[in-house]
Design a protein around this ligand. Sequence first.
Ligand code: PGA
Length: 242
Amino acid sequence: MSKIIVANWKLNPANQKEAKNLFDSVKKGVKKIKDVNIIICPPFVYLSSLKGLTLGAQNVFYKESGAFTGQVSTLMLKDLNVEYVIVGHSEVRKYFAETNQTINKKIKECLNAGLKIILCVGENDGEDKNNVLETQITEALENISENNLSEIIIAYEPIFAIGTGKNCSIEETKNSVSIIKNIISKLYSQESIDVIKILYGGSVNSANSGDYLKNAGVSGLLVGGASLNAEEFVKIVISSSI
Ligand code: PGA
């Protein structure tokens, strides 16, 4: 199955021109690659000007409209041909107090609107991995039916590995992937683990990407810092092409 490579640009780049240049360079670099599902997640304000690759948003609000200053709805994202939304990123959990309950509302709103979801989960150093993953996944997916699992990608992003250069070992990633599958099989059916796609994220670069894809049991990667360099990001995409 095609691998999924997601670029999470976070709060970058600084202006429209640079965003367009980065996007166009990536587009050019991956032109001949057909067997990788590439998803670019720029800041909201650049979404309308970027065309030709699959787009994701970095966040969404859980209401369609109303008095919610500063928010962006699923309807607005659909209108811009956005296909995916990242929810539960550790930075949003940390700096904007996003809870599992809020994440659950966002997931339901996205599913209603026909948007696919990239749900980020992951523990920090010293935390009980099993416990953190179980709580995050169980609460985020509350009242979400098994039929919807094909629309949800889980990104395993241990916090200690994000933006630090200290990527999670292959062994530990593999172990986390099997813990996540186990949680999903307990919440749903045994077959559901063949449906759910799991990505790894955290200090991915072109030197380590191939190893994760070959040896960590993941369906793809969520790339932050390295996605801001077109050449580097294209190399990561190439490493995931069969
Ligand atoms: P990083 O970020 O690749 O810069 O570690 C990953 C992420 O936060 O999604």
